[in-house]
Every structure is written in C-alpha cells, then in structure tokens.
Design a protein around this ligand. Structure first.
Ligand code: WQD
Length: 342
C-alpha cells in the first residue's frame, strides 16, 4: 500500500517538483492548492513526467471548514508537506496583513485540522531569510535567527515558532522545518518550472525573462558590497535537489528517526555565487548576451548568505548535487519552452 501524503501548494514551483519526486518514490499524493500563484495544468505536466496523476482539490487554507471537510472525506494521510504561502518580499512590505493572514492563518487552520484528524507529521517550507544578516558564514542551524526585514520573512520565522510550540505541547506531533537558500532551476523534462506572475522579484527569472526579450534589462542591485566583485553572494540550489531533500525528510519522519520532534535543517549547496558570477555563467552556458546595468542597492539585501549544509547531509543522507551550470541551463530551457506556449 502506498503511503498517502497531503501536499499544500503542490501546484507551485517547489511544490510541483516535490510532488514529482514523491510519486517517483512511490507515495500517493493529494495536492491542495488555491491556484493563487499557480496553474492547474501543472497536474497534467506532473502526469506526463511520472505517468501518475496526483489527486487535486482546490482549497484556500484560510477557509478552515473547507480543510476540515477535505480531511473528513479523504482519510489516511500519513504526513503533510506544507508549501502553500505567499512569497513576494516586496508585496509583503506593502501589504503585511495580507501576508500574515494568508501564511499564518493558513498554517494554523491546517494544523488545527491535522490535529483533529490525527495527522501528526509535518514538513514545513521555511527560508534562510530567518537568519537575517548573519554574523558568521557559512550559516548553520545553530546560528541565531533574526527578525527578517520583510513580513514575508517574518511569517516564516513566526510559523516555525508556532510549529515548535505545537511540537513541545504534543509529543505525538513531529515536524521538520526546511530552510531553503535560493532555489532556482527547473525540471530536466522542461515540463515544470518557476512561473512568476508579473515582474519577477528574484534574480534567475529576471535574467531569463531579460534574455528572452520580455524585460529590457536586468538591474543589478549594487556593486559596492564587501564581496569579491562587490555584488551580493547567495547559495543557489537546484529545485530538483530541494525536492529530493523533502522526500528524505519525509522518510525520516515516517521512520521515526528524529532525535527531537521538531527539527530544523538548512537546504543549500554550501557554495556562494555573486550576482555577476551568475550573470557570467548564464552567458557562458546559454551563449546569450545579457543586457544589464548596475544600479543602487535594494533595501533589505544582505551582502552574503550561504549555508552550512552538513546537518542535512548527516541526518537525511542528502547532498545537493547539481551544479550552477545545470541550474541555469534548466532555467533557460524552461523559459524558452514557456514563452513558446504563451
Ligand atoms: C538574489 C540576488 C539581489 C533581482 C529572496 C527571498 C528569500 C527567498 C529567495 C523565497 C540579490 C540580486 C535580484 C534583480 C538583482 N524567498 N538581484 N537584480 O533576495 O536572496 O532571496 O528569494 O521565496 O526569502 O528574500 O533572492 O533572487 O531576489 O536576489 O541584482 O532584479 O540578486 O540584490 O543580491 P534573495 P533574489
């Protein structure tokens, strides 16, 4: 019998890649997603990749009765992987309540219902943004968190605290929070990838949209940081590596291998690349000249952030394997494919 897993936000960027990985590892997946930042046809692409169509139910996690109803009629989930959340940093600064309402009310509703129906395993999609501007690098899970500079980031930090409190109160409940560094790339099939609505906030979709002619030029936000070439350094990680880590974390939960019932793990490669290095690699890998210009810093950006990823390696037997070249190549293949379809 396949184990049943509920994936919230499973039509989204990281969620859809994780669903593929779950199906390939013989789990039965049910996705709930409000489609606020994703499309239902992702389900068909997942079927094309894996040969299996995941179950899909449209559901907004702000509606607790709806979640309750779903869990009343769909029994037997062994775990929840919770991706569903808003994630645009700038938008969250403009509209903090929308972010707290969606990301935190959604989480609380989900947990209340999960408790009611006895679903006691959770994997939470967190972010390296909870570290703020770190004092030392690489940054390990032992480093203190800081109040993130955006409501989006803070919603991730508070969400972790809520989950930790529940784990303290209920010994039956187990959770792993995965702190992602900078996920980029797309599935090797070219069938799923990141599809930002409107103007992208993040570097990689901005680069690919510029190269394809959708944006005039990339603005590089500052070259006066204390780094090798003055541009900020980040730990870019391939979304397929990230997806595999979720399956390993899930197995750890289901096998009851945890040391404590709330664990936190960084998901990064441990390598940092500057913005200019990413641009240069993009130009080499794709043979495209990128139009870009150096402008002022973007507020809230930290100079350097890269992971100490040893804990996940030790506890999950997982290591990010794909190179920056592979990440960029897959992002570019995906961008070209998407634009042909639109
Ligand atoms: C990377 C670098 C920019 C765009 C954010 C969130 C984090 C996580 C990942 C998840 C920075 C520079 C970017 C552009 C640029 N969120 N840049 N021009 O800021 O490290 O992390 O995304 O959902 O929580 O905070 O990622 O891709 O936005 O930026 O120069 O047009 O690229 O200044 O140095 P960031 P990013």
């Amino acid at each position: 019998m396949k184990k049943k897993i509920l994936v919230t936000g499973g039509c989204g960027y990281i969620g859809s890649h994780t669903v593929v990985s779950l199906i390939e590892n013989n789990f039965e997946v049910t996705i709930i997603d409000d489609l606020s930042n994703s499309q239902e046809d992702v389900i068909d692409s997942i079927k094309e990749i894996t040969g299996i169509k995941p179950n899909f139910l449209k559901c907004d996690l702000k509606n607790k009765d709806h979640i309750d109803n779903i869990l009343k009629y769909h029994k037997g989930f062994e775990a929840i992987i919770h991706f569903a959340a808003h994630k645009a940093v700038g938008e969250s600064v403009q509209n903090p309540l929308m972010y707290y309402q969606n990301n935190l009310t959604g989480l609380i509703n989900l947990l209340v219902c999960a408790q009611k129906y006895n679903i006691n395993n959770l994997i939470f999609s967190s972010s390296a943004t909870v570290y703020g501007n770190p004092e030392s690098l690489p940054i390990s899970e032992k480093n203190k968190t800081q109040r993130p500079s955006s409501p989006y980031g803070n919603s991730k930090k508070v969400a972790e605290e809520i989950i930790e409190d529940l784990a303290t109160a209920s010994k039956d409940f187990s959770a792993i929070s995965l702190r992602y560094f900078n996920p980029i790339g797309a599935h090797k099939s070219g069938l799923i990838g990141e599809l930002p609505t409107g103007i992208p906030n993040n570097l990689m979709p901005y680069i690919t949209q510029t190269a394809i002619g959708l944006r005039e030029k990339l603005m590089v936000f500052g070259n006066d940081y204390p780094t090798k070439d003055g541009t900020p350094i980040r730990d870019y990680i391939h979304v397929e590596d990230l997806a595999d880590a979720h399956v390993k974390a899930l197995s750890r939960l289901l096998n009851k291998s945890q040391e404590t019932n709330f664990e936190i793990m960084n998901l990064g490669t441990g390598n940092g690349f500057s913005v200019l290095e990413v641009i240069k690699t993009f130009e080499e890998v794709t043979q495209q000249k990128l139009n870009y210009e150096i402008t002022q810093r973007r507020s809230g950006d930290v100079p350097k952030l890269y992971a100490d990823a040893k804990l996940a390696e030790e506890k999950l037997n997982w290591k990010a394997e794909r190179t920056l070249n592979e990440m960029i190549k897959s992002s570019w293949i995906w961008e070209q494919k998407v634009r042909k379809q639109l």
